[in-house]
Design a protein around this ligand. Structure first.
Ligand code: AMP
Length: 480
């Protein structure tokens, strides 16, 4: 098996990769990085989720290590079809180039030309852009592409769908003939074949298997959860999770519970342990011996719940599990497929249950688009004010219901049953930058699946008693 250390990457890049928590290169990385570092053109047939971004960003940073940027003449260019994808590439660049002095500029719509011009004027090593915006800058005379040594075209098939191929051809013709080209597409439509045979020179062709779609043997569901009060979201969300776990009974032999952030992984693992669940965390910040111990226990069946971040789980050989819980809705839709793919293996049944808060709903829509189906809902809020129902004995003994008190003082007086939890809810999973860059969020919302009305109901029934969604069995409200 190839290791990152075998790939002749710059030690600063290797360090950043290690800090990102990656153990081994993905197949597209192992295949594309060596020829790229030799200066060869690369044709990567791979889709999102395969690690393809790092397969071009890592060699790029290594190769750009020598030399300096000149004003208005970027040394490399990455073209992505959408603002969001371009922003993702920029985030990746920031992660992997953090130990270097390389500079980047992101040219996308929605950001003022002035700001972007100022960056380009200073000189950047890496220019990441959508094709239209790049040509706008070029036409305004602010940018020269004659210094481009490396050009990457990402998601070419989406470029084709969006009608960008003429722009791409034009951009190719504005860059030097001697440039190195790395070209990525999930499929090789005839038009894409034509472009690659025109603009790539004897490329190393790396094809990785299509990402498996969610297995049919996985039963999926999502809890639409809305906290009774914003500051109670963390505690109530953990309570929902415990309830979901308990509802599964003996059918749950072992489970991976995914969180979006390392900090959440820690908090949740501590909380579950406190409530008597056999749980341990795994994420990139834990030392290797601890990670190995935890994984060994999980593999051997002595640990029942593994609380994980995506990075920690990816690339690790974790055995199939009976359940996957998405404690957080992943902010990248393809991560959902990876996460739930940990269950339902080899034809065996598996269950994947996700908790969705109101701020996660857009990400949920993206996931449903990707898996091309509606994930059955488990509604977590009561539509009507309801009298406080009897609290099941087990629930009561685990965490007594609290009375609603107002203000900070009241909160201080009320003993928090979970001392590990911060009072404030962490920010929504998607990076703010990314959020701001999504095209037409309002439009996409309007085109929803007719569930918005239900989900946008104001919160009611949250009087002095226990919120009814906690006390009522989810089974009663399962749909689909
Ligand atoms: P991409 O296909 O580039 O969108 O990457 C998909 C995800 O894989 C991203 O969240 C990356 O952070 C992650 N990733 C990339 N390379 C590796 C690796 N070698 N090991 C584990 N995760 C990776």
């Amino acid at each position: 098996m190839t290791r990152f250390a075998d790939l002749r990457l710059d030690p600063k890049v290797l360090q950043a990769v290690e800090e990102a928590g990656y153990d081994t290169p993905t197949p597209i990385q192992a295949g594309a990085i060596p020829p790229a570092l030799e200066g060869r053109d690369v044709l990567g047939i791979a889709q999102t989720g395969t690690g393809k971004t790092a397969s071009f960003v890592l060699p790029m940073i290594t190769m750009l290590g020598k030399g300096r940027a000149r004003a208005r003449m970027p040394r490399s260019l990455v073209l992505a079809p959408t603002r969001e994808l371009a922003a993702q590439v920029a985030e990746n660049f920031d992660t992997y180039a953090k130990n270097t002095k390389l500079t980047k500029a992101l040219l996308i719509g929605g950001v003022s030309f002035k700001e972007q011009d100022a960056l380009i004027d200073r000189g950047v090593d890496v220019l990441i852009a959508t094709p239209g915006r790049l040509l706008d800058h070029f036409e305004r005379g602010k940018l020269l592409l004659t210094g481009v040594q490396i050009m990457v075209v990402d998601e070419a098939d989406r470029m084709l769908d969006m009608g960008f191929i003429p722009d791409i051809e034009r951009i190719f013709s504005l860059t030097p003939f001697t440039r190195q080209t790395m070209f990525y597409s999930a499929t090789m439509a005839p038009e894409i074949e034509r472009i690659t045979s025109t603009f790539l020179s004897n490329p190393a062709r790396i094809e990785v298997a299509r990402q498996a779609t969610a297995s049919e043997t996985i039963e999926q569901s999502v809890v639409m959860f809305r906290a009774s009060r914003k500051d109670r979201q963390p505690t109530e969300k953990r309570k929902v999770l415990r309830r979901l776990i308990d509802d599964e009974g003996d059918a749950l032999t072992n489970a991976i519970i995914f969180c979006n952030r390392k900090s959440e992984v820690d908090i949740l693992a501590k909380s579950l342990k406190k409530y008597g669940y056999d749980a341990a965390p795994i994420h990139g910040d834990l030392d290797q011996s601890q990670r190995t111990r935890t994984l060994d226990g999980f593999r051997a069946g002595t640990l029942r719940f593994l609380i994980a971040s995506d990075v920690a789980a990816r690339g690790l050989d974790i055995p199939a599990v009976s359940h996957v819980f998405n404690y957080d809705v992943p902010s990248h839709a393809e991560d959902y497929v990876h996460r739930i793919g940990r269950t339902g293996r080899a034809g065996r049944a598996g269950k994947a249950i996700m908790i969705c808060t109101p701020s996660d709903e857009r990400n949920l829509e993206d996931i449903e688009k990707l898996v091309d189906k509606e994930i059955p809902r488990i509604f977590g809020i009561a539509p009507e004010p309801q009298p406080a129902p009897a609290v099941p004995a087990a629930e009561e003994s685990a965490e007594p219901p609290r009375r609603r008190r107002r203000g900070k003082r009241a909160a201080e007086e009320t003993p928090e049953p979970e001392t590990v939890a911060p009072v404030e809810t962490p920010p929504a999973p998607a990076a703010p930058e990314e959020e701001a860059l999504r095209p037409e969020p309002r439009e996409r919302r309007k085109g929803g699946r007719g569930r918005r009305g239900e989900r946008d109901e104001p919160v009611v029934g949250m009087g002095d008693h226990l919120p009814s969604f906690i006390a009522q069995s989810f089974d009663e409200r399962r749909t689909g």
